[in-house]
Design a protein around this ligand. Structure first.
Ligand SMILES: [Zn+2]
Ligand SMILES: [Zn+2]
Length: 425
């Protein structure tokens, strides 16, 4: 029953809060599926998920402490200078999350050699003082991936931002202080006296340990179990058709709508429906958005009063399909008026794997991809701080036809393969 990790996925273990059994999981997955007591638990998000890397046995006599690293994995969308192009590429890296390590130091693939364990913040571990955004900009990803384009701005969009706690110890050697990596192939880092003092102070003043908290996968409305979907950010109850997301200590209701007819065979694809307003750019209504992105469409007069809404895919697909769907859904689906509520029967949906916060980040990138007159407008979009003013979830039914899912009215198709590959992104 152990899950095999796909490309770029790291295996880990967690402790079942129900029976104490050791459960196989994957780094970044909030769901713990226990094969011993058959319970499914959802880890309450209280900051990023964190995993402890074990110290190598060779160092069992040392005073081990841990230092946090970010593990960032997602699609980085780059808007290139000249404004004509938005490109996306997979990013997968580790970098220190605190100042006590050389900012270029990476764990590489070494965390895969030991057994990573889902944990609360270990005692005596300095806080994560470096933001992931800073790491993406400063660790020279473009050098790393051997890319040299001129980038106007970039966004890393993807769900995996976790902390890996790597083991270290301090050693004095010939009057020098060495910060030693306590994992296989560990390297020494020579640090100055003042750096060593700062590190000791940070360890002494480390954040207090917190217990990991869990939610059982029960529907707060009807009591049926919620589907144990790995990496899902929103869970749809198959029984009462309500949607929930973890908020604070509980599953809170997530409002959603369904657009168009649902058939027996339909698969619902989730989109984040985000209203934005940017007075600086002059995008405050649906009509404004159309003038920016589809000037050939004549806006109806009432669209001047309706909000400018983006539809951002809430499921995982590759960068090319993601941008295409964001564009076409925003321009074309937003034009449909009729909404239906689910009736009886089972609803099958693609899991919501992209959190709302990430979808918000994607709006600016999507607008660059969608707008006409890119040369003039893209630099303005890059300089803007576009704000979402309202968000909800919208499910759009697609019909399976051979190797793809099709939305007949709009002619939009989603390739099955893009979904399969996307699910592991
Ligand atoms: Zn259990
Ligand atoms: Zn229910």
């Amino acid at each position: 029953m152990s899950q095999l990790a796909g490309v770029g996925e790291w295996a880990a273990t967690g402790t079942c809060p129900n029976c104490g059994g050791e459960v196989d999981t994957k780094v970044g997955d909030q769901l713990l599926d226990c094969r011993f007591c058959k319970s499914s638990m959802y880890v309450l998000p209280d900051g990023p998920l964190s995993y402890r890397m074990p110290a190598d046995r060779a160092y069992s006599n040392e005073s081990i402490f841990h230092l946090p690293y970010w593990r960032l994995r997602g699609v980085r969308y780059k808007v290139l200078k000249g404004g004509s192009k938005v490109v996306g590429g997979l990013v997968d890296l580790t970098a220190p999350a605190c100042e006590h390590l050389n900012s270029g130091a990476s764990l590489g693939i070494r965390p895969q050699a030991g057994r990573l364990h889902l944990t609360s913040w270990p005692p005596g571990t300095p806080g994560a003082s470096l933001s992931p955004a800073r790491i993406v900009d400063e660790t020279g990803i473009d050098r790393l991936y051997n890319e040299h384009e001129d980038i106007l701005f970039s966004r890393l969009i993807g769900e995996e931002r976790v902390i890996i706690h790597a083991p270290f110890f301090l050693k004095n050697e010939g009057g020098r202080t060495l910060l030693m990596e306590a994992f296989p192939d560990g390297r020494p880092h020579s640090i100055s006296e003042s750096e060593a003092d700062k590190l000791k102070a940070a360890i002494a003043g480390a954040p207090p340990p917190k217990e990991l908290r869990f939610l059982t996968l029960g529907c707060p409305n009807c009591g049926h179990s919620l589907p144990p979907e790995h990496n899902a950010k929103v869970l749809l109850c198959e029984h009462c058709h309500r949607a929930f997301w973890p908020k604070g200590e509980t599953f809170a209701r997530m409002p959603y709508a369904i657009m168009g007819e649902i058939k027996e065979s339909s698969r619902l694809f989730p989109f984040w429906h985000i209203d934005v307003e940017d007075k600086e750019l002059g995008i405050t209504s649906r009509a404004d958005l159309l003038r920016w992105c589809a000037p050939f469409k004549v806006p109806r007069s009432k669209w001047e009063e309706e909000p400018a809404s983006f539809l951002i895919p809430a499921f995982k697909v590759n960068a090319r399909v993601f941008l295409r769907l964001a564009k076409t859904a925003t321009i074309f689906f937003a034009g449909e008026e009729h909404r239906v509520r689910p009736g009886r029967g089972r609803l099958t949906s693609e899991p919501v794997r992209l959190p709302l916060s990430e979808a918000m980040e994607a709006v600016q990138v999507a607008l660059c991809e969608m707008t006409t007159d890119k040369e003039r407008r893209v630099p303005r979009i890059a300089a803007a701080a576009i704000k979402g003013v309202r968000a909800r979830l919208l499910f759009i039914p697609f019909e399976p036809t051979g190797r793809e899912y099709l939305h007949k009215e709009s002619g939009q198709a989603i390739d099955l393969r893009a979904i399969e590959v996307g699910a592991t992104l």
